[in-house]
Design a protein around this ligand. Structure first.
Ligand code: C5P
Length: 235
């Protein structure tokens, strides 16, 4: 089975204070840019996969700098430009693979550097068993509240059966491309993950166990915690 990986990395990272410090995917944790951690893990765990990096057009230099230590592998990476929403960026990544038409594509947030081989193994097993769409997710642990506009709780939402979605999400390439193109043609552009597009298009999405550590580095504090974690020998 031929496999490709799309790393969506075209976000501006406003929630992490990007205006001052630059987008979070290029920040350094444990002495290495976040995006380099992510690329290197995929190269190690899936050595035969084609890797597509979807970046913001303004970030060419940031990317070159972040990947300097693996500059000799540059020809093995496909770099393309993303869009205004994550959905548009993922579709740009899928389009960049059209000539190659892999059997399977994994779509991953570049700002999640903490996935591991075991998580990929669970995804691969589900694919081997015939799934067309696989979503790693964790059962929600916190009690959930719906807030009203005045800052008070309106009610408690049952967490039974609720999961927090992670990436990488894995799909049959032709089917997710089709679902994405249909979603775009119908004028929708703000699905926040690719599994949601698969669901919208009627594809069954199989849940596999995620990884508690596989967090999306979203706010400044996440970057600081990740850096601290990688910089201590205790963890
Ligand atoms: O904004 P959000 O937390 O959903 O971002 C998740 C991932 O999607 C990040 O890696 C970010 O760079 C990427 N993204 C993108 N294009 C956008 C918005 C987000 O590639 N327009």
């Amino acid at each position: 089975r031929s496999t490709a990986v799309i790393l969506v990395a075209a976000g501006r990272g406003e929630r992490a204070g990007a205006s001052i410090e630059g987008p979070k995917q290029y920040r350094t944790i444990g002495g290495k840019p976040v995006i380099l951690h992510t690329v290197q893990k995929f190269r190690t765990y899936l050595p035969n996969a084609t890797i597509v990096m979807v970046i913001h057009p303004d970030d060419e230099q940031l990317l070159a700098k972040a990947l300097k230590s693996i500059a000799h592998l540059k020809d093995e990476l496909i770099v393309t430009h993303g869009g205004k929403t994550r959905q548009q960026s993922a579709l740009a990544g899928l389009h960049a693979l059209k000539a190659l038409t892999p059997d399977t594509v994994l779509i991953h947030d570049a700002v999640r550097p903490f996935f591991d081989q075991m998580l990929l193994d669970r995804i691969t097993k589900a694919l081997d068993e015939g799934a067309d769409a696989v979503l790693p997710a964790m059962p929600v642990a916190d009690t959930l509240k719906r807030g009203n506009h005045d800052g008070f709780v309106s009610d408690t939402v049952s967490r039974a059966g609720l999961f927090a979605a992670q990436t990488p999400q894995s799909f049959n390439y032709a089917k997710i491309l089709n679902a994405h193109e249909k979603a775009a043609a119908s004028g929708q552009d703000d699905f926040t993950d690719d599994a949601a597009i698969a669901e919208w298009a009627g594809m069954p999405v199989q849940l596999v166990e995620g990884r508690a550590d596989n967090i999306k580095l979203t706010v400044k504090r996440d970057i600081e915690m990740a850096d601290a974690r990688l910089s201590t020998t205790l963890l």
